[in-house]
Design a protein around this ligand. Structure first.
Ligand code: IYR
Length: 226
């Protein structure tokens, strides 16, 4: 067993007024993030994608196992294979596998089994979760894998937005075809498929509204706190 050496924490602190301003402006910036389904084919430099992935990997994870692999695809032949396989599954989903209620819930978004963005977007980031790790040929456990990879994916979406790019959290189902096309080992399971790029010119998004603070939160306050 190895134990970590401890080093000083290097976070930055702010006075309450600056803190309030920063938290508000970050919220306002994040509130501009939208899932976009229409992409431009304009290239995005590899270095940007590398930075986005490095940011995602700063997320916390169970026992610091970082149980994720980010596959970044710009190869058009692989994108075509992914689109064809995803559309095949999605066709089946939209034509029988999804419940009436599910289809009714999706109807306002206007989605269907056609997934052109899988070829148009300059990059597809396929997030894999590691059910377990293999270390020197031995199987090692990972913990809270869904929570950890969900957090990393959230960090990734925030980083994409921060770079002025757009993304879509696409979930073809089932998506084990990604494991095959990308030649991932048995312990890696596809988690999310995220096209990344510039929005197509004149992209539109549904005029949806986010729940209010009152709808999403309950406070149990220390009345004596400032
Ligand atoms: N995976 C399908 C269906 C779909 C499901 C949900 I829940 C969405 O919010 C959007 C789509 C698809 O990607 O079209």
């Amino acid at each position: 067993m190895t134990t970590y050496k401890y080093i000083p924490y290097r976070g930055i602190q702010y006075e309450p007024v600056e803190m309030a301003g920063r938290s508000r402006s970050f919220y306002e910036y994040m509130n501009l993030r939208r899932s976009v389904r229409t992409f431009s084919d304009k290239p995005v430099p590899k270095e940007v994608i590398e930075n986005l992935i490095k940011t995602a990997s700063t997320a916390p994870s169970g026992a610091h196992k970082q149980p994720w692999t980010f596959c970044a695809v710009s190869d058009p032949a692989i994108k075509t294979q992914i689109r064809e396989a995803a559309e095949k599954e999605e066709f089946e989903s939209y034509n029988g596998r999804m419940s009436e209620e599910w289809l009714r819930d999706l109807a306002p978004l206007g989605t269907d089994w056609h997934k052109p963005f899988l070829e148009v977007a300059p990059w597809l980031i396929v997030v894999f979760k590691k059910a377990y790790e293999i270390e020197n040929g031995e199987r090692r456990k990972c913990y809270y894998v869904n929570e950890s990879v969900g957090l990393a994916a959230g960090f990734l979406l925030a980083a994409i937005h921060n770079a002025g790019l757009v993304s879509l959290t696409h979930t073809p189902s089932p998506m084990n075809f990604l494991q095959k096309i990308l030649d991932r080992p048995e312990n890696e399971r596809p988690f999310l498929l995220i096209p990344v790029g510039y929005p197509a010119e004149n992209s539109e998004v549904p005029d949806l509204h986010r729940k209010s603070l009152a709808e999403i939160s309950v406070f149990y306050e220390n009345e004596t706190a400032i």
